[in-house]
Design a protein around this ligand. Structure first.
Ligand SMILES: C[S@@+](CC[C@H](N)C(=O)[O-])C[C@H]1O[C@@H](n2cnc3c(N)ncnc32)[C@H](O)[C@@H]1O
Length: 338
């Protein structure tokens, strides 16, 4: 256990992962959960949420589940369904990127949801997170075989430098980045530094991320949550800092050579998946963006002496294909459960 005043593992990451446990036997949404991950999640959340660990050991499951869902209705209606759908949509997009040839997966702000366990063996997985969150995962023995941990505070250090120093990371390999439930905790400068670092890699890059859009009053928060949740997040030191509308995000990404491809909403998917649960929009959307990778310059010997130019594009990489172009809002989700 960490000592007092040591940095703590992320509590919000543990709360989000704990919602997946509630879906284990859920008739409507249970099929969205990757069951292979549930035991590891139950182990991982015990340190950041000791009260939940205590209750898991002592309170009969049906009672505990009913109490948790009652709390959800009181403080953030639709929260559990939103996370189940968000996670399923992100996993579906991650697996699509791997099927499209991306062989490196970087889970930025990986938390405790064990997404890495859903990645097929042909892809190498790197998890970037705060050192305290990763240390808790190691103590729980759920750090995942073959997953490379990259401890980094994204508010202070460079993602690119950390990845280049990570064993086995290849900047030329096509790489998919997942930033689920992360970007909203960072200042704009740190978010843009991530986009810039991604775009600097030499292989194709794809970003699968969740982004909070500002509410009608311009506040960056889940639109469906009560003020008490804002207060708790503030007290935990895990408040939201950055959010953007899809239109503005498209321009921000473009400034770094990344093309926004899709924007999806769990609310619309939920309408198809579940009739019984509340359908309050959360304002959090799932986005996919792609980049071609930075064109490599030829080594000096290959440059044209006569023209005096300062570098020739390597056409092999400059011509790398992008996936579909243009902003498409795909609200009619058909993604299948894992
Ligand atoms: C709400 S959790 C989301 C976790 C997981 N991706 C999920 O969706 O379940 C936010 C994650 O971002 C990490 N995080 C927050 N601020 C960070 C920072 N400055 N640098 C690196 N990781 C950070 C936390 O440790 C935590 O794992």
């Amino acid at each position: 256990m960490p000592r007092v005043n040591e940095p703590r593992p992320s509590v919000t990451a543990a709360v989000v992962a704990a919602t997946l446990l509630l879906l284990r036997d859920d008739p409507e949404l249970g099929h969205l959960v990757d069951r292979r991950t549930l035991d590891a999640i139950a182990r991982a959340i015990r340190e950041p949420l000791p009260g939940v660990g205590w209750a898991l050991d002592r309170v009969p499951w049906p009672l505990l589940r009913r109490a948790a869902l009652g709390l959800e209705r009181a403080v953030s209606p639709g929260f559990v369904a939103h996370y189940a759908l968000r996670k399923d949509m992100i996993r579906t997009r991650l697996l699509a990127a791997i099927a499209d040839g991306h062989r490196q997966v970087v889970l930025v702000g990986a938390g405790f949801d064990m997404l890495g366990a859903s990645v097929p063996d042909e892809a190498r997985v790197f998890e970037v997170d705060l050192p305290a969150t990763q240390a808790a995962k190691r103590r729980a023995g759920v750090d995942g075989r073959g997953v490379v941990f990259v401890p980094l505070d994204l508010a202070r250090g460079s993602l690119r430098a950390a990845l280049l120093a990570a064993p086995g990371f290849d900047p030329r390999s096509d790489t998919v980045f997942v930033a689920e439930g992360l970007l909203m905790y960072l200042e704009r400068a740190s978010v843009e530094a991530i986009f810039s670092d991604m775009a600097e890699l030499e292989g194709r890059v794809r970003l699968v991320a969740s982004v909070v859009t500002p509410d009608a009053r311009g506040r960056v928060r889940l639109h469906s949550q009560r003020a008490v949740v804002d207060l708790c997040m503030r007290l935990l030191g895990e408040r939201f800092r950055w959010g953007e509308s899809p239109e503005r995000l498209e321009r921000t990404l473009a400034a770094y050579g990344l093309e926004l491809e899709t924007v999806s909403s769990t609310t619309e998917r939920r309408a198809a998946a579940s009739a019984a649960r509340p359908r309050r929009p959360t304002g959090e959307v799932i986005v996919v963006a792609s980049g071609r990778g930075r064109p490599r310059r030829r080594p000096k010997a290959g440059r044209s002496a006569q023209s005096g130019d300062t570098g020739t594009l390597d056409l092999a990489t400059a011509d790398a294909p992008t996936a579909t172009a243009g902003l498409a809002t795909e609200f009619a989700e058909t993604g299948s459960p894992a």
